[in-house]
Design a protein around this ligand. Structure first.
Ligand code: NAD
Length: 354
């Protein structure tokens, strides 16, 4: 069954959080072996640093591999004093680095990649090197080192121009960007590595993730942190297109849940890819106005041309992940955005009404 948060409501008046049908099914209750070690590649980035933190909070050992290209030293410094945390500065394009990083590892959570559809259109060769070759290096290193399971970040962009809503695994269209192609190729390698070598790979197709530590800086920043930062600074944000594009914005907690549950799921889903989202649909223009209201800013947005490579609408059917990974997606957009706004206010030093 797909549950959606289609109804609009002021983000501060209602909590649409999804009641867990299985209270004990939250990722906090997952049990791993006390000797298990996780490797998070891209662990200095937004999603990776949140994964590192969640694993440490559960009491397990985590190694973070990151070249700090788009990630931040401060996301490493947060955990450096933790006895169960280890940081390795290195590049997944280098096979020796990958082999060393996989030594003694039970689970790889491969997040390292370069994001952004428009940036990939500017530099396709670089995306091929990092996102495809880097991930292939990591899969091969995981195979050679006998890693138990390889969970990796894919993306909703693999659906390309297929108009079907909600998006279902198995119904994909023509790709619209080099970034999307890199993710599709990684999924194909994921399938092959399970079929040929028995490496248990799980591809997670994230849909527009947001939350604490997502970088608001730069031309290629994701839209939610970028709008929040601009609104807090009193700047006029630009919406590319008419603002009527929709996305299944997914709070970081749901992504953590998916990664950790993929480590524990039955082998039935090995070699496959899964939609990881909330299963809702938010329109960009509505989000803009809600953020402006929540931040107490009366600023109308500017509108720019549509961006090449962007899809118009996105909304996920998450039933496959529910069935095969036990994924619950307990955090609604409304509950997540409320927490994210508070977090950004904290880092920008803003009081309740700015
Ligand atoms: P991010 O840029 O914050 O994190 C990526 C991390 O990978 C960075 O810390 C970066 O330094 C590191 N990295 C990049 N190239 C590397 C290399 N060659 N060697 C080692 N480390 C390298 O991005 P994110 O939003 O946290 O994304 C994490 C993963 O999720 C990526 O694979 C991305 O494609 C995927 N994804 C993200 C979203 C989203 O909405 N954020 C959506 C779909 C898929």
């Amino acid at each position: 069954m797909i549950r959606r948060s289609m109804n609009r409501r002021d983000i501060f008046t209602g909590d649409y959080s999804r009641e867990s049908e299985h209270g004990d099914m939250s990722y906090e209750n997952l049990k791993f072996d006390k000797n298990d070690v996780f490797l998070v590649t891209g662990g200095a980035g937004f999603i990776g640093s949140n994964l590192c933190e969640a694993i440490l909070n559960l009491g397990y050992r985590v190694r973070c591999l990151d070249d700090l290209s788009t990630g931040k030293q401060e996301n490493v410094d947060l955990f450096l004093d933790h006895p169960l945390y280890e940081f390795v500065k290195g590049d997944i394009r280098d096979m020796d680095t990958c082999l060393k990083a996989c030594e003694g590892i039970s689970y790889v959570l491969n997040q390292a990649a370069w994001g952004s559809v428009p940036r990939s259109i500017e530099m396709p060769l670089f995306y091929e090197e990092v996102n495809i070759r880097g991930t292939l290096n990591m899969m091969e290193a995981a195979r050679q080192r006998g890693v138990r399971r390889f969970v990796y970040a894919s993306s909703s962009s693999v659906y390309g121009d297929h108009p079907q809503l909600p998006k279902r695994e198995g119904t994909e269209g023509e790709l619209l960007s080099p970034y999307a192609l890199t993710k599709r190729v990684c999924e194909e390698y994921g399938k092959l590595y399970y079929r040929l070598y028995g490496l248990e790979t799980y591809g997670l197709r994230y849909f527009n993730v947001f939350g604490r530590r997502q970088n608001p800086e730069g031309a290629y920043a994701a839209v939610i942190p970028k709008f929040i930062k601009q609104l807090l600074n009193g700047e006029q944000p630009v919406i590319y297109g008419d603002g009527k594009q929709s996305r299944d914005f997914t709070y970081i907690e749901n992504v953590i849940e998916a990664n950790l549950k993929a480590c524990k799921a039955s082998c039935e889903g090995a070699g496959q890819a899964f939609n990881i989202a909330y299963g809702g649909r938010e329109f960009l223009i509505d989000i803009y106005h809600e953020l402006a209201k929540a931040l107490g800013r009366d600023i109308e947005p500017a509108f720019g041309p549509e961006r090449k490579g962007d899809i118009k609408h996105s909304n996920a059917d998450i039933s496959k992940a529910r069935e095969l990974l036990g994924y619950e997606a307990e955090w609604s957009f409304e509950r997540g955005i409320k927490e994210a706004i508070e977090w950004y206010k904290g880092i920008f030093g803003v009081s309740q009404r700015g």
